[in-house]
Design a protein around this ligand. Sequence first.
Ligand code: NAD
Length: 378
Amino acid sequence: MHLFVPKEHDSRETRTALTPDGAAQLIKLGAEVTVEAGLGEKSGFPDALYENAGARLTSDRNAALQAASAVLQVCKPSVADVALMKEGTLLICLLEPFTSFDVLDALEKQKVNAVSLEMIPRTTLAQKMDVLSSQANLAGYVAVLTAANRLSQVLPMMMTPAGTLKPARVFIIGVGVAGLQAIATAKRLGARVEAFDTRPAVEEQVHSLGAKFVKIDLGETGQTKDGYAKELTEEQKELQKAGMAKVIAQSDIVITTAQVFGKSAPRIVSRAMVEAMKPGSVVVDLAAETGGNVEGAQAGAEVNINGVRLIGAENFAGRVAGHASQMFSSNSVNFITHFWDKENKDIHLNLEDEIMDGCLIILNGALRNEMIRKARQA
Ligand code: NAD
């Protein structure tokens, strides 16, 4: 395997797909690793560390893309980058496969095989390769710190000679990986935390973190076999809004993290619900990049609605780029190691393995995932 790790195509991306430690592990396996000069400059990993780890450095990105047998990066490549890759190259990254159809077209045309890290099954065995989880965990943490930073109050209760300050009320909507970390972080800061999710299985996890679960009867909701939430009916969405309105109005911080896999994020907080909050309160929409849970949220921006600060998250994991890169790199190295063929010193695209079968979405110029095919045709 001649692995190349280019700098990210989107210059705003701060994370790095492979750390020097990760490079050393892959070289030990038998891979040849080349990284683009300056790869880790935004995440705290200078070129010298990659060289010390045994990686080759290059400033000629195009030549390296042409020569590589595998390419690892955090986010999807540009169509122009794909056009440089040779037939049979293996691309590993977060491909955004439900929306990035131009890149999928280019990969098919170029016959570049592609692993979409989003499609790794959420199984116990695959947990160590699960980039969605590692990055969502950090995003949940950053969401709370960002909200705390913009709130006009403190989070913990404070009893002082000047009087007693009540603990802030924090409401977390959507208790997947990001939501659980948000609950834990807000609790550590001393807030009074409530949470809601449409998956009933979550209630116990919320309690185990010392938070209160807000009960709203939506009728049958459930989850898919992979543990993802099912999309609600319009009637259920209205019931949910009515049930949450009072809790939102009483909250100092609302953090929304709700996602439905393969679809736009559900719109669950209306502008009127935000307007009903006290001035000085904060709403953070962690789903702002995938459609937004909150009406009016804009990814990467803070909007003021009647004195309430509505923050649309954009790459929150990237705000702790060092740790985000460390976890992304570790997930990627675990993935490659799991499929490593010692004899050929290369990754084995073993379709008998449910992890590879799930995440290798393009092989020999053809898309091999039905859910993505349907989204592309829609
Ligand atoms: P996600 O990012 O897809 O969604 C975030 C949360 O939003 C979910 O908990 C979902 O139920 C919730 N949600 C959806 N619609 C909602 C609505 N209208 N109102 C309120 N909440 C709503 O979730 P995720 O963090 O990727 O986790 C998905 C599932 O995968 C969970 O069951 C999680 O425990 C599981 N998981 C398993 C593993 C593993 O076993 N390896 C790893 C990670 C996650």
